[in-house]
Design a protein around this ligand. Sequence first.
Ligand SMILES: Cc1cc2nc3c(=O)[nH]c(=O)nc-3n(C[C@H](O)[C@H](O)[C@H](O)COP(=O)(O)OP(=O)(O)OC[C@H]3O[C@@H](n4cnc5c(N)ncnc54)[C@H](O)[C@@H]3O)c2cc1C
Length: 422
Amino acid sequence: MRSTRRSFLGLAAAAIAAPLLPRLAGAQAAAHVVVVGGGFAGATCARFLRRLDPRLDVILLEPNTTFTACPFSNAVLAGLRDIRDQGFGYQAIRAEGVKVMEAAAVGIDPQARRVRLADGANLPYDRLVVAPGIDFRWNAIPGYGEAAAERMPHAWKAGEQTLLLRRQLEAMADGGLVVLAVPANPYRCPPGPYERASLIAHYLKTRKPRSKVLILDAKDSFSKQGLFTAAWGQLYPGLLEWVPLSKGGKVTSVDPGAGAVMTDFDQYKPAVANIIPPQQAGRIAELAGVTDRTGWCPIDPVTFESRLQKNIHVIGDAAIAGAMPKSAFAANAQAKICAAAVTTLLRNGVPSDPVLVNTCYSLVAPDYGISVAGVYRPKEGQLADVEGAGGTSPLQGAREIRTLEAQYAEAWFKTITTEVFG
Ligand SMILES: Cc1cc2nc3c(=O)[nH]c(=O)nc-3n(C[C@H](O)[C@H](O)[C@H](O)COP(=O)(O)OP(=O)(O)OC[C@H]3O[C@@H](n4cnc5c(N)ncnc54)[C@H](O)[C@@H]3O)c2cc1C
């Protein structure tokens, strides 16, 4: 802990001492790239920036010593996995020459091209990559503010919230009702709530079979819907129910004190309430002036440069990436394309049009996996689906295929976390 703090202070002092370094004045000057956020997008990007151009001075800002991954955190909720298997450090990224600072960006000045830290230090940049993930739109559901999340966890950022929801599920008596509130699009991990409902149902089926999961949804359709509903019919009949928007599924308010969840038609008093609230880009994006009215960040689909501020790139969940979903797979893919674009632009080159791929696996049970894949390329200023590419698991797939897909899901998680943090 002490040595981390010392190295942070050293870096910060260097940043204050040299705020007016010439920016790429000549071919010899090392360009400065600051990356905000050490998640799937930011950590990947920082690493690949150094790989693509080892002369670059790359600083990665991340307030947490350990990153806690969301993918597979639903398995932690269901008691199938230890939260410690979700944690990843930054040693390997440091070893690659990235200066990892344990600090949050608290301000960004796009004109002066500087990032401000809480202690007042300023980091100059030639190019900035903003990758802060999501923040919640507190009170967008009346009654659901930050304090309410301590009673009715969202568990949509993994860590303490995951453990809180797990404890509530463990403490619930057999016969209890679990309500899961799902927001309208767009939000982090479109199939994630349905994977979560499935794995909670698996836990209840095996441990508390008289209980029930109720999904209250603010929309009428969802990712991999046919696959999920077919699997629910097979695996969890009577145990899991989905209420769409058109049948009064949208949660209109909550009362955490009374433990109540309201829709236009009903009031529920569940034993466990998991409220996934509406979201927006991580707050620093707004402070940088890269969010639009939606709360998300419009970008150029070739370079991921913000459409609102020059020299700032936005990747991962915070970005409006057209047809690409907000996933760790997508964040990782965008980060590599962005790193290549940034190094090209710093050499005054012209980045070429990228092709990006995404695959989202979901577990419906520990040995039952399904997936959706897509391919995307720039079209009319957005990342658009390549028609005919990608697709979902077969609807009528044999059980062996589902078992294999569950194994592929785990293999994917190992591969991506090794590439980003290993
Ligand atoms: C339950 C669940 C299951 C999921 N399952 C999958 C899955 O199976 N497959 C998949 O592909 N995706 C999955 N996802 C989605 C995936 O977790 C996200 O899409 C992914 O984490 C996005 O990466 P990111 O880098 O944009 O954001 P994050 O990974 O959240 O990283 C953002 C980082 O930025 C840091 N940060 C924020 N603000 C600042 C600041 N001001 N200064 C410095 N640092 C800052 C944060 O501390 C954080 O570490 C799942 C999500 C959930 C919630």
